[in-house]
Write a protein that binds this ligand. Sequence first.
Ligand SMILES: Cc1ncc(COP(=O)(O)O)c(CNCCCC(=O)O)c1O
Length: 448
Amino acid sequence: MTTVSAPTAPLEQRRVLRTPIPGPRSVALGARRAAAVAAGVSSTLPVYVSRAAGAVIEDVDGNVLIDLGSGIAVTSVGASAPEVAAAVAAQAADFTHTCFMISPYEEYVAVCEALARVTPGTHDKRSVLVNSGAEAVENAVKIARRATGRPAVLVLDHAYHGRTNLTMAMTARAMPYKTGFGPFAGEVYRVPASYPLRDPAGMTGEQAALRAIDVAERQVGADQVAALVVEPVLGEGGFVVPAPGFLSTLAQWAADRGIVLVADEVQTGFARTGAMFALEHEGVVPDLVAMAKGIAGGLPLGAVTGRAELLDAVHAGGLGGTFGGNPLACAAALAALEIYERDDLAAAARAIEAMVVPRLTALQTEVPAVADVRGRGAMLALELVLPGTLEPDKAAAQRVAAACAAQGVLVLTCGTWGNVLRLLPPLVIGHDLLDEALTVLEDALRAL
Ligand SMILES: Cc1ncc(COP(=O)(O)O)c(CNCCCC(=O)O)c1O
């Protein structure tokens, strides 16, 4: 007998708490997980999802949580955006996979055309599509090395670039990302970042850049460097906005030395920071842009877009992979890109910043543990320290995130020391819902 399930009511954009968090069904799933899923895969919330839409997540116990994480800056257009879901369903009905390297398809080409249009710069561009952010960063480095014939890669302190061998080498934080997984790829060199809260008082962005350049020139030699890879806002490293002039000074030095400037916009890209790409805030045009996360409304897609002469320096067959630019992900990306532009989600990100930053800055005067409120657009953060010091307080960040989760608000942490609370709401979040979530966060911070 076929059972026709009753149509489920649309998921309303409101917080609902029916059980303690996690509820009994999530707890039971946790027990199953322990017997089947590798212990190395961690989850922030011990809550199992049944549905998600817009800025809320419904768990298997019927609780509806406000999502200030967007699956780590992915569902910027909203979870299960209707246009994305419809595009994926239609594409799946046509074909789910052929491998672009075997039998190509228009959707891949259309995504590359769109990326050429929306990424910074008016120069002739080419793209390659892959499956993740780490794969995009790996390919950006491959392209830069092939185009320049040089081996060295410069990365910033506090950087995060992925979990593959090369991107682990590029990532700064040892635990949990690197410990025990070496040896790592060679020819990766780290230079100081601009971290205004922790840099010497009064250090300008230009001075911070000259500090980094000095290390690069002394320890590597500019003529050995293929690429300088920068996150315009440090992501996993703590949502650190560099001092004005830091990135533009580095970019000018790279251009003068024939070094490929790679913007890792995996977390900052696609309207997240209030511009389509975060380097736009710095007035800098990168040579290559590595992208993923928000590109396809939740479908796995990564991309490298940049100067045609760089990408086309790679010999035929030098770029690719079985699933790169999967048609479902491409259909999702075309739908998501239309939403970004149709609904001006960069402006939505700026409106979120305008609403959130004054509230959290005001709170800073009440809560001495909040050392810094920072970020751009809807990529915002609070750094927590032991009051009266700059000593990172990871435990405080964990307490606040746990208190928010218990109240049905999902807040993520990050930072080299794990002491940074980060806000990454979907850019489509309603301001009433965001206001409700902020109130929960403020109460948790006041209780520190
Ligand atoms: C700037 C920047 N570059 C690259 C990446 C890597 O992107 P992938 O799609 O996770 O490979 C990221 C992914 N950041 C979240 C990682 C979460 C975790 O794995 O614990 C990023 O932020």
